[in-house]
Design a protein around this ligand. Structure first.
Ligand code: GRF
Length: 203
């Protein structure tokens, strides 16, 4: 399968997926990494792995619609089977979401449906939750609301800060995201009428 990865930042999830491709765990190829931020460290990770990179700076566009139209054109030039959002910190227009429905995944650092949006670690602490975690889901028009494929949980300790919690959640991200990408590339994972389906079973 051909994969395009979209990032805005450090790209540690991108790295986990690069490593899983290299290790033969994922039967696919990352054909490009696209960032909306020119300074994203993930671009360096991609270059180090010999992957094509592309910056599409949102500041150069007047509207979200214009940006997403340009982004779609860039993505489609690679004709990917799968688009992976790995810390891509942009809200997507309905048009873009529709275009990749069933073939776009995102990772969100909470146990969805809890804590959609930002500051998830602090919100879990403020709510005195006993556990927290991360979700990989298909992208639909509802922000962080698409069907969940896989979650990993971490126990919240009494001395946790948003930072220590984020660190442990990140470790789990690097395990579950490559696994879900692997399933998709093996054609075991699909989205059908707003459900994630793995090996014929609705998740
Ligand atoms: C992760 O916390 C992910 O859950 C969120 O953005 C962050 C990306 O981290 N969507 P990285 O750039 O992969 O290191």
């Amino acid at each position: 399968s051909k994969i395009v990865v979209l990032i805005s930042g450090s790209g540690s999830n991108l790295q986990a997926i690069i490593d899983a491709v290299k290790a033969g765990q994922i039967n696919g190829e990352i054909c490009a990494v696209i960032s909306n931020r020119p300074d994203a460290y993930g671009l360096t990770r991609a270059e180090n792995a010999g992957i094509d990179t592309l910056v599409l700076d949102h500041k150069a566009f007047d509207s979200r619609e214009d940006y997403d139209a340009a982004l779609m054109e860039k993505i489609d030039a690679f004709n990917p089977d799968l688009v992976v959002l790995a810390g891509f910190m942009r809200i997507l227009t309905p048009g873009l979401v529709q275009n990749y429905l069933g073939r776009m995944l995102n990772i969100h650092p909470s146990l969805l449906p809890k804590y959609q949006g930002l500051n998830t670690h602090q919100r879990a602490l403020d709510a005195k939750d006993k556990e927290h975690g991360v979700s990989v889901h298909f992208v639909t028009e509802e922000l962080d609301g698409g069907p969940v494929v896989l979650q990993a949980k971490v126990t919240i300790e009494s001395d946790d800060t948003a930072q220590t919690l984020a660190q442990r959640v990140h470790q789990q991200e690097h395990i579950i995201y490559p696994l879900v990408v692997q399933w998709f590339c093996e054609k075991r994972l699909t989205m059908e009428t707003d459900n994630a389906v793995l090996d014929g079973q609705v998740l």
